[in-house]
Design a protein around this ligand. Structure first.
Ligand SMILES: Nc1ncnc2c1ncn2[C@@H]1O[C@H](COP(=O)(O)OP(=O)(O)OP(=O)(O)O)[C@@H](O)[C@H]1O
Length: 874
């Protein structure tokens, strides 16, 4: 179910009332259609004839007859049903997202309560809207809801208030169960799903609310129609009425179809009503929340929160405890005091320590159990099954190597003060409230270590080199300052900021660029910045200067960008913010020339440059520092060191052919999907994936740069949806990709270097979660083992004594590390007779790809459709 914010109880009533104002004429028409007495042989009036005759009474105004009753109904029925459902949902969410069953029950129960609360107003609605179609002597002539209510009690006593209560409550139960529940359900299904063909991904915005509420309206109309018809007939009747009698008489006279009588007008009324109600509700909740965040009154003593929650369900301070704290100065001051004490110790304040690795360094390492070479398939790290401890540990074993300290070190002139909360940004840098809201909406309550330091530095227009472990939120560290510094969208500024793109983010792979683009869109929600993922299609659109000048941010791979620069179809002269994500990769031999060309094209004198990575070897760092102006260098934890949250181990597998049986054996036992498996080449990735499938491993997927754009996108989507249990990949997935659920990484092939190891295993243990990383090593890999073992050691995983005693590989030797030649297939035994088949298949696939490419090029030329980007995989 989708995550929703708690809102004051009465907001549901307000949203319902606003919706009722829009759809009351339809409501009136529906009631009239349902209550006009039928006479044998006389055709029932159509919806349009009812509307026509209503307007004939006293003009368009008569379509609003009974509006006061309708508003009273919303302020009782909708207020209770929506408020109660939200409160129940909140309760059910205490231990994680609730499942649909309990939510459906909650929705129905809340509907029942709403039905009871709204019954008197419902009677008034039916009577007031259908009064004019009754014989004059039988009319009620209520002038408004209040006098109507008084007349009802006076004439029929308190019992009059419960007329039709049974059917009305049944209808309300069905209505809430179908409408509110199906809205939430549809929303959660659609959120982040992609519509095929148009390739649109739903986000929590107007489009999603509209589609989900339309579906909810259709479901609700169908489910509620029978109860609705019965309710109208019972409520419009005077004197004693028996529901069974009404039902059997209607059935006898009109057949079974009477239960769906007025479905079309009911839908025409309920459909828009549902759409309006949910859209109003979503927007009012959003606005109230924004108001709460920005109001100066809230900062002091939370009066406004109390005001908002007065008279209904309380604003759930427990759920919003983090936000609550943002506005509670006493608490904040207490936190600041605590932070000051912690900082004196050289540690991070607790609120910066989102990922908990800052609490005194790495966990206590486990002692090696075996001092000798393990048997094939035996994990010699000794820690892989044991969860990492992240509590601070002061006591150290004499023999233990030093525990690494994960603290933040900042070097440079006049380093701006770090922030302690996102709210500090609003106080210090006037961060737009919408951004603050979007952060909170994404569940980002506190800045991580890198964010708390990098964001103020970038907001103060300084150049930055930031090194922080994988999964610690580097993306937000640069996105937030960029978006905040841009101020208004270019299109609005009307060239005040100069024409042309204002921010450029470079990433080494298409997948990563896509992911950053998505993060950027999420953060920018609610404002109209133009954020473009640079592809062949967008490049051709942006070739039009007038379009280009309206773009605020471009996210691209270097290759794609350089092609556009060389073609003269893009200008970067106005770029004020340039970020290199995965900086060491971007500055390595393969990309350096392209990146330099792009940097040169960003010729604005005030361009701010920043480089981010989890690893930055000395060579790359030197290049980066030379390119930055008066830079600040931030390091979180130890350079090139993974988080202690990842339990790392090394598994001896003797030789390459022994890896497959070891892996199959591992996967035949319970494991934590999804598992990400890294191999050294594209053919090996395909081959391993095939072998796993042939051996009955379920939900195996494969991703490498040799696959088409569509295949790669599909593989990433399957992974995000949790449909892939085992993903075999190459280095293309090693950097930056954020699949929160990845619990285990297996290095099937030994990594090429330390950086590759750190990034590969960094696909797990993200955002504070624990992870597990296993690295297979063969006799051939053993000369390089010590290099990786040192990384394990630095980050607190244990390493067998014998590995520690291995000689340190020379620089020359280390360079050879990534150059081990491995067979293209992982199972030579199945090669016999298969090689030909594989070659044939590859030839067919190749020709298919070529054909597709030609077709795409043709269609690109004709329709400007997206075409495949260049591959950036090494
Ligand atoms: N302040 C925050 N609070 C909670 N979660 C956060 C916060 N900032 C980022 N995250 C989440 O942490 C995860 C990792 O973030 P991100 O991908 O930016 O890490 P990274 O440091 O760039 O990793 P890598 O080095 O692998 O690229 C993401 O799922 C992101 O949504």
């Amino acid at each position: 179910m989708s995550k929703k914010q708690t809102y004051p109880f009465w907001l549901g009533g307000v949203a319902g009332s606003l919706a009722a104002c829009c759809t009351h004429p339809l409501d009136l028409t529906k009631v009239r259609m349902q209550t006009i007495p039928s006479a044998p042989g006389v055709k029932r009036p159509s919806m349009f004839s009812v509307i026509r005759s209503t307007v004939a009474e006293s003009g368009v105004r008569s379509l609003y007859t009974g509006l006061t009753a309708s508003l009273l109904r919303q302020m009782s029925y909708s207020l209770v049903r929506l408020g109660t459902y939200e409160a129940m949902k909140e309760r059910l969410s205490e231990n994680g997202p609730p499942s649909s069953g309990p939510l459906l029950v909650a929705a129905m129960a809340a509907g029942g309560l709403g039905g009871i609360a709204g019954n008197p107003a419902d009677i008034l609605v039916v009577r007031m809207t259908s009064d004019s179609v009754r014989p004059p002597e039988k009319r009620y002539n209520y002038s408004n809801a209040i006098t109507g209510l008084a007349a009802l009690v006076k004439n029929e006593g308190a019992r009059g208030l419960i007329r039709g209560l049974g059917t009305n409550t049944t209808r309300a139960i069905l209505m809430n169960g179908s409408q509110v529940w199906s809205y939430d359900f549809t929303k959660s299904i659609l959120l982040h799903s992609r519509i095929p063909f148009v390739n649109y991904e739903f986000r929590d915005n107007l489009a999603l609310h509209t589609v989900a509420s339309t579906i909810a309206g259709t479901v609700a109309t169908t489910v509620c129609s029978p109860a609705d018809v019965m309710r109208s007939r019972l409520m419009s009747a005077t004197g004693k009425t028996n529901p069974v009698e009404v039902f059997t008489r209607s059935l006898r006279e009109e057949g079974f179809g009477f239960l769906f009588k007025g479905w079309t007008p009911a839908f025409i009324r309920l459909g828009p009503n549902t759409v309006f109600m949910f859209i109003f509700l979503e927007h009012i909740v959003h606005s109230v929340w924004l108001y709460a965040l920005s109001s100066p009154f809230y900062g002091h003593n939370m009066e406004a929160f109390q005001l908002l929650s007065r008279g209904g369900a309380k604003f759930d301070k427990n759920k919003f405890k983090d936000d609550f704290r943002l506005f509670d100065k006493t608490e904040r001051q207490r936190d600041k005091a605590k932070a000051a004490v912690k900082f004196a110790d050289g540690e991070l304040p607790p609120e910066l320590d989102f990922f908990k690795y800052a609490q005194g360094g790495a966990p206590k390492r486990k002692e090696t159990e075996s001092g000798s070479l393990g048997r094939v398939g035996e994990e010699v790290g000794g820690t892989q099954m044991k969860r990492r401890r992240t509590e601070p540990t002061d006591s150290q074993d004499e023999d233990s190597p030093p525990i690494p300290r994960h603290r933040v070190t900042a070097k440079g002139s006049n380093v701006p003060k770090h922030i302690e909360s996102f709210e500090d940004l609003q106080e210090r840098y006037k961060l737009h409230t919408q951004l603050l809201f979007n952060l909170s909406d994404s569940g980002f309550k506190r800045p991580t270590g890198i964010q708390s330091h990098a964001i103020p530095i970038l907001l103060e227009s300084r150049d930055l080199a930031a090194i922080s472990p994988t999964g610690t939120g580097k993306t937000l560290s640069y996105l937030l300052p960029i978006i905040s510094s841009l101020g208004s969208p270019s299109a609005k500024l009307k060239n005040d900021c100069g024409p042309g793109v204002r921010a450029l983010i470079l990433a080494p792979t298409r997948e990563l660029a896509h992911q950053i683009h998505n993060e950027c869109l999420k953060l920018a929600q609610g404002r109209k910045w133009r954020i473009v993922l640079f592809s062949k299609a967008t490049a051709s659109t942006l070739a039009d200067k007038s379009v280009q000048d309206k773009v605020d941010i471009i996210i691209s791979t270097p290759l794609r960008m350089v092609s556009a620069l060389q073609a003269g179809s893009l200008e970067l002269r106005n770029v004020r913010h340039l970020v290199l994500d995965e900086a060491d990769r971007m500055l390595d031999a393969e990309f350096l020339t392209q990146v330099q060309e792009i940097i040169t094209a960003c010729s604005h004198p005030q361009v701010q440059k920043a480089v981010f990575s989890a690893t930055l070897p000395a060579g790359a760092e030197k290049i980066a520092m030379d390119m930055l102006r008066d830079p600040i260098r931030i390091v979180v934890g130890l350079k090139d060191t993974p988080l202690p949250l990842i339990a790392q181990s090394l598994t001896y597998v003797a030789d390459d052919p022994s890896k497959l049986p070891t892996l199959l054996q591992y996967l035949s036992q319970p494991y934590n999907p999804p598992v990400l498996i890294f191999v050294s080449s594209q053919p090996r990735a395909t081959s391993l994936a095939e072998e796993l499938v042939l051996n009955g491993v379920l939900n195996v997927d494969c991703l490498h740069a040799g696959m088409s754009k569509k295949e790669r996108e599909d593989a990433v989507s399957r992974m995000r949806r949790g449909e892939s249990w085992v993903m075999v990949s190459t280095e293309v997935m090693a950097r930056g990709m954020d699949f929160k659920g990845v619990r285990e990484v297996i290095n099937y092939d030994f990594p090429q270097n330390v950086q590759s190891y750190v990034h590969r295993i960094g696909r797990t243990g993200r955002a504070g979660r624990e992870g597990k990383a296993i690295t297979y090593f063969t006799d051939e890999d053993s000369p390089y083992l010590k290099t990786i073992a040192n990384v394990l050691l630095q980050s607190g995983s244990s390493v067998p004594e014998w590995i520690l005693k291995l000689p340190k590989p020379s620089k020359m030797k280390r360079r050879q590390m990534g150059k081990i030649k491995r067979s293209e297939t992982v199972n030579k035994a199945s090669n016999i007779g298969r090689n030909d088949a594989i070659k044939r298949r590859e030839m067919i696939a190749g020709s298919k790809r070529r054909k597709e490419k030609t077709e795409r090029q043709v269609s690109t030329a004709e329709y400007g459709a997206d075409a495949e980007d260049g591959d950036e995989e090494s």
